[in-house]
Design a protein around this ligand. Structure first.
Ligand code: MN
Length: 509
C-alpha cells in the first residue's frame, strides 16, 4: 500500500490552508427539535473558539431579534475565530447581519431548477441579479462575503458556473458549494470540485449534508481536490440527518492524513458532550470519535491486546480527542479484562474469589445484560465479605386499587435494622410501590431509576416476571438490579431494592 505522503503528492491537490467553518450554531441549530438560548450559544461559541476553528457561523440575524442579540453578545467576547452571519440574497438580511455587528456574511440563493421554479419562482437572470445585488451590498458595507449557490449539486453545471462568475465579479471573497440534500458521492464530488477549482481562482468552500451518511467522506474528497474550506458541525448536527461532522473530519485529517489544522483536538470530546447536553441530541454509542464506545473494548481477545499495547485495536489514542478508554464487562469478557478492572478499583481477590466473581459476571453477560463497573464493585465487595449484609430488606407490601381511586401501595422495609412503613399513590401499582419506597429510603440513598425492563419468562397468568433495572445515586454511581417473581409488582420492588443495596454497598465501602 502506498503511504499517505506519496498519495498526497501524486493524487491530491491539497490547499496550503484549510479553513474550518463551523456552523453548529446556525445549521446545527436547525436540527429538528433543537433551539438554543443566547447563553447556550455563547457557551458553545467559546468552546469552538478554544478548539481553534477559523470561523463560527453564529446564526441567521434576519430570522429573529434573539439571533441578533446572541450574535452581538458573542461578538463582545472578542474571540479569535471569525464570526459569520447567514443572509438570504436580500438587502434587509444583509442589514440584519450589519445590525448584529458582524463583519463576515454568508449569503445564499437557490440556483437549482427545483428552487427556481418551486421556491423562489424566479428566472435564471433574476437569480443572478439578486445574488449579485446582495454580494455588492455586503462589499459596499465592508463585509467579507461568502456566497453559496443553494442546491448547487442539483443545478445545471453551466448555470452554476455562470452564477459563481457573476458573484465573483461583484466582489465575492469565498464561493461555497452546498450539497443541500446530500446527494453527492466521493466520485461525483471529485468531478465537481476539480471542475470548479479549474474555473475559479478565489477560495472554494463546501457545505455537505449527510443524507446518505457520506458528508464526511465527500468533504474529505473535496479537500483532496483542493477546496480551501469545509463547513462542519459538532456531532454532525444540522437539517435532517445533519452536516459533515467536525470531529470526524478534523480527526481523519489529523490521524490519517497527517494534516494538522492547528486545532486543540483534546477538546473535541468535551465539546461534543456540551453540544449533546445543550441540544438534547445525544450521540449514539457507536458515533465515531465521540461516541461512548469509540474507545470501549469488551471481547477477551481485544482487551488482552489493548492491555499489552493499545494500538492493537485503536486507530488513535483516546487522549488525542480528550476521550477515555473503557474496558466493558459482559459475556465476551476475558480474565485479563476483569483483572485490570479489579486493579483499577484496588480490589484484591484470591483465586477462588476471582473465579466466583468471574463466573457471576459471565452469567450476567450471558443473560444479555450489561454489567456496569459499579455492579462489578458490588459483586466483588460482596465476595470479599467486607459488606455481606443487605442494608435494605423487604418486609411487607399491600396494594389497593379499583374504581376511580388512584392505586395505593403500602410498603414495609427494614433499613439498617429499623422497620419503617409508608404509603403512596401512583399511576399504577408498580409506580405506587416505588413511590412508597422512595419515601422510605430518602434519608438513606438518593436513587433515580434510569431504566426499567419487564419481561415475562413463561406464558400464562402465573408467568414468571423478570424485572431488570438500572438505577443511579447522586454521586452518579450506577447499578443494575434484577428479580424474578410471579408477581410483577413484587418483582419490580425486589429488583429496585437489589440495585439500591448495591449502590449502598459501594457508597459504604
Ligand atoms: Mn445546510
Amino acid at each position: 500500500m502506498k503511504n499517505i505522503e506519496t498519495l498526497k503528492k501524486e493524487n491530491m491537490n491539497l490547499s496550503e490552508k484549510i479553513y474550518i467553518f463551523d456552523t453548529t450554531l446556525r445549521d446545527g441549530e436547525q436540527t429538528p427539535g433543537v433551539a438554543l438560548t443566547v447563553d447556550e450559544k455563547i457557551q458553545i461559541a467559546q468552546k469552538l473558539n478554544n478548539l481553534g476553528v477559523d470561523k463560527i457561523e453564529v446564526g441567521f440575524p434576519a430570522s429573529s431579534k434573539g439571533e441578533i442579540e446572541s450574535a452581538r453578545k458573542i461578538k463582545s467576547l472578542d474571540l479569535d475565530s471569525t464570526l459569520v452571519g447567514l443572509s438570504r440574497s436580500l438587502k434587509s438580511d444583509v442589514d440584519a447581519v450589519l445590525d448584529a455587528d458582524l463583519e463576515y456574511i454568508h449569503t445564499f440563493i437557490g440556483t437549482s431548477p427545483l428552487h427556481r421554479d418551486y421556491k423562489l419562482k424566479m428566472s435564471k437572470s433574476e437569480i443572478i441579479a439578486k445574488a449579485c445585488e446582495a454580494v455588492e451590498y455586503g462589499k459596499d458595507h465592508g463585509l467579507t462575503v461568502e456566497f453559496s449557490a443553494e442546491d448547487a449539486t442539483r443545478t445545471e453545471r453551466d448555470f452554476l458556473v455562470e452564477v459563481y462568475r457573476e458573484v465573483v465579479s461583484s466582489g465575492a471573497d469565498f464561493l461555497d458549494v452546498p450539497d443541500t440534500v446530500g446527494i453527492l458521492t466521493p466520485i461525483l464530488t471529485h468531478e465537481l470540485i476539480t471542475d470548479l477549482k479549474d474555473s475559479f481562482k478565489i477560495p472554494l468552500s463546501v457545505h455537505f449534508h449527510n443524507d446518505f451518511g457520506l458528508a464526511t467522506a465527500n468533504t474529505l474528497t473535496a479537500i483532496e481536490c483542493g477546496v480551501n474550506q469545509a463547513h462542519v458541525t459538532v456531532n454532525g448536527l444540522g437539517e435532517r440527518t445533519g452536516n459533515c461532522s467536525l470531529e470526524e473530519l478534523v480527526m481523519t485529517l489529523k490521524a490519517s492524513y497527517d494534516i494538522d489544522l492547528g486545532l486543540d483536538t483534546t477538546r473535541l470530546y468535551s465539546l461534543s458532550n456540551l453540544v449533546g447536553r445543550l441540544t438534547g441530541v445525544k450521540m449514539p454509542v457507536n458515533k465515531p470519535i465521540v461516541g461512548a464506545n469509540a474507545f470501549a473494548h469488551e471481547s477477551g481477545i481485544h482487551v488482552h491486546g489493548i492491555l499489552n499495547n493499545a494500538s492493537t485495536y485503536e486507530p488513535m489514542s483516546p487522549e488525542m480527542v480528550g476521550h477515555s478508554r473503557r474496558i466493558v464487562l459482559g459475556k465476551h469478557t476475558g480474565a485479563n479484562a476483569l483483572k485490570s478492572k479489579l486493579k483499577k478499583y484496588h480490589i484484591d481477590l484470591n483465586d477462588k474469589q476471582f473465579e466466583k466473581v468471574f463466573s457471576e459476571i459471565k452469567s450476567l453477560g450471558d443473560s444479555g445484560k450489561c454489567v456496569t463497573d459499579d455492579d462489578l464493585v458490588a459483586i466483588a465487595i460482596t465476595e470479599l465479605g467486607s459488606a455481606r449484609e443487605t442494608p435494605i430488606i423487604m418486609k411487607g407490601l399491600s396494594i389497593s386499587m379499583g374504581g376511580n381511586v388512584s392505586p395505593t401501595a403500602t410498603v414495609k422495609l427494614e433499613i439498617d435494622g429499623n422497620e419503617k412503613e409508608a404509603s403512596s399513590t401512583g399511576v399504577g401499582p408498580v409506580d405506587a410501590a416505588l413511590n412508597a419506597i422512595r419515601l422510605l429510603v430518602k434519608d438513606t440513598v438518593d436513587i433515580k431509576l434510569e431504566e426499567y425492563n419487564l419481561e415475562a419468562i413463561t406464558g400464562g397468568t402465573d408467568a414468571l416476571a423478570e424485572v431488570f433495572v438500572i438505577s443511579s445515586d447522586s454521586d452518579d454511581n450506577k447499578s443494575t438490579g434484577r428479580s424474578t417473581n410471579q408477581d410483577i409488582v413484587m418483582a419490580s420492588i425486589l429488583a429496585v431494592l437489589d440495585s439500591m443495596n448495591k449502590l449502598l454497598l459501594i457508597k459504604r465501602a
